[in-house]
Design a binder for this molecule. Sequence first.
Ligand SMILES: *Cc1c(COP(=O)(O)O)cnc(C)c1O
Length: 704
Amino acid sequence: MKKNHKDVKAILKRLDALASNLWWSWNPRAQEIFKEFSPLIWEATNHNPIAIRKQFSETELCARLGDKDFLERLLSVLYSFEEYMSAKNIKGKSSKGQVAYFCAEFGLHECLPFYSGGLGILAGDHVKSASDLGIPLIGVGLFYRQGYFSQHIDPNGNQLESYPTTDPTNVPVELVLDQSGKPLICSVTIGTSVVHFQGWKLNVGRCKIYLLDTDVPENDEHFRGLTALAYGGDVNTRIRQEIVLGIGGVRFLRALGISPSVFHMNEGHAAFLTLELYREQLLKNIPKQKAKQVVREQCIFTTHTPVPAGHDRFPADLIEFTLKPFADWMKISIKELMRCGQTVNMEDKGEFVMTILGLKFSRAANGVSEKHGQISRLMWGELYPGIKSNKVPIGHVTNGVHITSWATSRSWEFWERHNSHKWKDHLNDPKFWKHVTNPKMVSDEELWALRYEQRRDLIEFIRSRARSNKTIGGAVGEEALYRLLSFDALTIGFARRFAPYKRALLLFSDIVKAQELFDDPRRPIQIIFAGKAHPRDNDGKEFLNRVIAMTHKPPFLGKVIFLENYDMNVARHMIAGCDVWLNNPRRPLEASGTSGQKIAINGGLHLSILDGWWSEAYNGKNGWAIGDKVKDNFSPEEIDKRDADSLYHILSDEVIPAFYQRDKNEIPRKWVDRIRNAMRTIIPVYNTHRMVMEYSKKYYFPKK
Ligand SMILES: *Cc1c(COP(=O)(O)O)cnc(C)c1O
């Protein structure tokens, strides 16, 4: 009895280590264990193991371990986790130093709402892959206690925003302490004020992320809320947040005794870090030119938007007000500091552009797809006088996704069944995926069964949400349990930020054609929408409102659905359950896009404009392309019309017929063939393992 008691303590300790490491977020078997402890709390807390852990006593654990089957599975998960953690730098380059990866947002899991969208998800996936690959990478970001926002739709179809507060003691983060056991506090000077901040540590497998938080008693009341909201404030808040992230981030790493050999700025929000590195050099009395060179050797910059307005910029007087004392300290004039964020021709415009700052102080830079690399070279050519645009030193690394985070537990088990654990070790190996997607390895019947299982999971998820009115369109309440959507219908997904250029309503732009598509009882289709509009984007909100109006119109009723509060959880259900993932932004405004990359591992197919990653990945057989690749000299309205016509044509002549062309066993052979082609060509390339290896070889640790 006594010995048993001791064992329980040991297991409890190991379980605590598991709960506080986000490794569980890409291991469905670990998630299953927590869910089994308390299914209610698991659902109620957006799948949060720390909240679960708080719910069970040692006495309960002791009793639950009496269930031999449960104990066996628990021990097996603990063993996998500990083995993962102990494997040292498999492909690592630790001798070459550490990489500090700065980003304004990190999307790691739905229970940690520190992200708004694509940029954050990409950053989270980047860190997870770095951990898997043994790349010594440390993330730095901001701790948004109130996140981005939670979305609700009112009865008139308008978006309402709420800002629930995250209690740090209830989620998998740990306050960083100093040697005396007190919170480690650092500070930055902003204008005439000193702003203090602490840091929260996230364990992401073998990597760590530090999120900075100004909500400390040392601060004046108005600075305590500085880091409360992601992208919530005006330029005044924004520049202050970015000073904490960039300048503060470097100081926090220094206070921890960390000296990275590479600083990777993921988008311009973090570019102030270069000024802090510059200051460090100047204070060592290194001459300016040399100091800049030293900074440049340590920094790399990734830009994420081809839209000029998407780049952070600040007016001169704001830079002067917030950074004058900093410039004084460095012994440079504020004018000189201003110039760091400007091109030669810009100075009279008086704006400071964060991307320019990042580019000027980086030894290498990149866009996030081949096409975006080209556009970026044209956009920023002015910074490289005398260099032809195709020689501008901005390359590209195409974005990817962390496959094991986006495989549902069903597809995870599917791949385990087919090749045991090996698939996880071959995520960026095209030969392996050619082999495992061979019909001899995976039959049409099995793939089609996987599609049916996942479609049903999504529809049941939607029905259960509709029951509590979190779904808009069609039936609500108990009726929704039986009547909403069809398990057999071709299911299309469209989930993205409601920005006008994403053209959420393209499918409905010719209402007669849209009705024909949705009204065919022999070949039913249905579409599920999700996405948030930025709280201050009124055009985006207007689009959202029109999508919601569509869900109530008779021909679309019960077939066009809007799911509230798009987050990583809603995303995971949608990317797995939808047969077709629709993406129709106006070209060339999508730098890469990643949601369409999440579907391949689950057997979905991509139907998209040839923009971003899709113009590289599309091969004619692994999905469908809307519109054409040629540069068109039409007005935006004409382009919209042409793209809509193309979309109607592809849906009615290709997508829908392929889905409904069945053999005697009810299997759509051609469709399944396309799935196999998509898996083979997309899974091993458009993932963050390939992406992080590319960053590592090209930019972090290039061979000299
Ligand atoms: C993947 C993902 C995104 C990014 O998708 P895009 O295709 O780049 O728009 C945004 N939000 C959530 C919740 C996601 O999971």
